[in-house]
Design a protein around this ligand. Structure first.
Ligand SMILES: [Zn+2]
Length: 471
């Protein structure tokens, strides 16, 4: 019975979301854009844009010809011929602040042998579409594209310009992608007032969303490389300190001992207060009880590392390189650190702490390179018309759901727009169950096809409400 009621509710909801002119004469709510969106996502996933090396130009060209078919002009931008981004602007003829619909073309590399489906095959199975980028974040790029295509096909007059921006290099930090393009081509983003990008969050239980998080601030990436050197030699006659690798291991052990105290920043406080209202369990209790000074031992019993990462700096050793053969001592070895700082922190103190840990273990034979760093940027205010549209549309898609701002634990290109004073929101329009969400940057990344379709409708509705002047 409950099932039937839910199914009915869903049908009513779906019917409400589908524009009238897309319904078939029979009255059934079949939307012709749905099949197109699926096909486009499948083809887009089949283009391998693993970064490194990226090869985003192939993805940009694919999107470009789709836009061209609709009569939407676009341009490839960026200085590296293999790593272009794509830019298009639908003009409104008004002075209202433009909306930027953005996503990144690149994806993280795969360990193909650990996948059960080919990562760039675009294989459908069991109601899912499998492939790298299915969740992060080609799906969002396709939903945004469909919003643009719908408006263009329906010839809807616009109240503001819409910029479609598919960008290279996000997964490597975005310095050669979004950051460089914003610096080199400010004219392309003239009068841009809002950005919709990846980075949001939702809590999907089975097929219902209790909480939609709109990311308005994020932690700051600090990516470091520890380099250790030493004399090469025979593995049968090691020096007393173990040589290069021995020093590196000790340096890493010291780095793991670096303390990262817990602290409640305003965006984390707001996020947990809102999220707590949707949880009537021990986690909700822990979120409600959050206050300074934080009782870390108590918190560890209730909240997962993912939640807790929003309350302190984190340090992850993500890659170790060194050695060429089992019986040789290498001259060089490196380890990469993915550090995420709380959003109001400058990176200098952490860099100095890591340097002194490396020096203590390896002396002058140890060095630290800063690969990616970021300064704090202003949080995007939720007090905008766009935020109100998002709230209305998310709640329309899921009656009774909560919408609130979140602090993102990861990073995205949104920070480059925020640094320029442009409001950027991270959204997660696709429902995703936790076990599927875990495939982001992991194996067997996949999206449920019905969630993809629903989320695409949601993005289209958001863009229409905010940008189109419906007659
Ligand atoms: Zn991403």
């Amino acid at each position: 019975m409950r099932r039937a009621t839910n199914a009915l509710l869903f049908l009513l909801l779906a019917a409400a979301l589908v524009p009238l002119n897309c319904r078939r004469a029979t009255g059934s709510a079949v939307d012709p854009l749905d099949a197109e969106a699926r096909r486009i996502l499948t083809d887009y996933i089949r283009i391998d844009t693993s970064n490194p090396p990226g090869n985003e130009t192939a993805g940009a060209n694919y999107l470009r010809q789709l836009l061209a078919k609709e009569g939407i002009e676009s341009q490839l931008i960026g200085s590296d011929p293999n790593r272009r981004s794509l830019y298009a602007r639908l003009r409104s003829g008004t002075n209202e602040k433009a909306l930027v619909l953005m996503h990144h073309i690149d994806v993280v590399p795969v360990a193909a042998t650990e996948w059960t489906k080919p990562p760039f095959g675009g294989v459908e199975s069991g109601g899912y579409l499998f492939g790298r980028g299915a969740l992060d974040i080609k799906s969002l790029g396709v939903a945004e594209l469909m919003a643009l295509i719908e408006i263009k096909r329906l010839k809807l007059p616009l109240r503001r310009d819409i910029i479609y921006f598919a960008v290279a290099d996000e997964e490597a930090g975005g310095l050669r992608g979004c950051k460089a393009l914003l610096d080199e081509h400010p004219e392309l983003f003239a009068n841009a007032g809002y950005v919709l990008n990846e980075g949001g969050y939702n809590e999907t239980i089975v097929d219902k969303v209790a909480f939609w998080g709109i990311e308005t601030q994020q932690k700051l990436p600090l990516w470091l490389r520890v380099r250790v050197s030493g004399a090469p030699g025979h593995g049968a006659a090691p020096p007393d300190d173990g040589g290069t690798i021995g020093r590196l291991v000790r340096a890493l052990a010291k780095i793991q001992e670096i303390e990262t105290p817990y602290r409640l920043t305003p965006p984390a406080q707001r996020y947990f207060a809102a999220l707590a209202k949707t949880k009537n369990d021990y986690r909700g209790d822990a979120m409600r009880a959050l206050k300074e000074p934080i009782d870390v031992e108590q918190l560890k019993k209730s909240l997962s590392p993912g939640y807790r990462s929003l309350l302190h700096d984190t340090i992850a050793i993500t890659r170790v390189n060194g050695g060429t053969s089992l019986n040789s001592l290498p001259a060089h070895a490196t380890a990469d650190l993915d550090i995420r700082l709380l959003p109001d922190e400058t990176p200098d103190a952490m860099i100095a702490t890591v340097r002194s840990a490396v020096t203590a273990a390896a002396g002058k034979r140890g060095e630290v390179d800063v690969l990616v760093t970021a300064a704090p940027v202003p949080e995007s205010t939720p007090n905008t018309d766009l935020f109100r549209v998002l709230t209305r549309q998310f709640q329309k898609a899921e009656a009774g759901s909560t919408v609130a701002t979140t602090l993102g634990g990861g990073t995205s290109d949104s920070r480059f727009f925020r640094a320029k004073g442009i409001v950027a929101y991270g959204i997660a329009p696709f429902k995703v169950n936790y076990y599927d969400a875990d495939t982001v940057h992991g194996n067997d990344e996949r999206i449920r096809l019905n969630f993809f379709t629903e989320g695409t409708h949601l993005v289209r509705s958001i863009v229409r409400e905010f940008c189109a002047r419906e007659q």
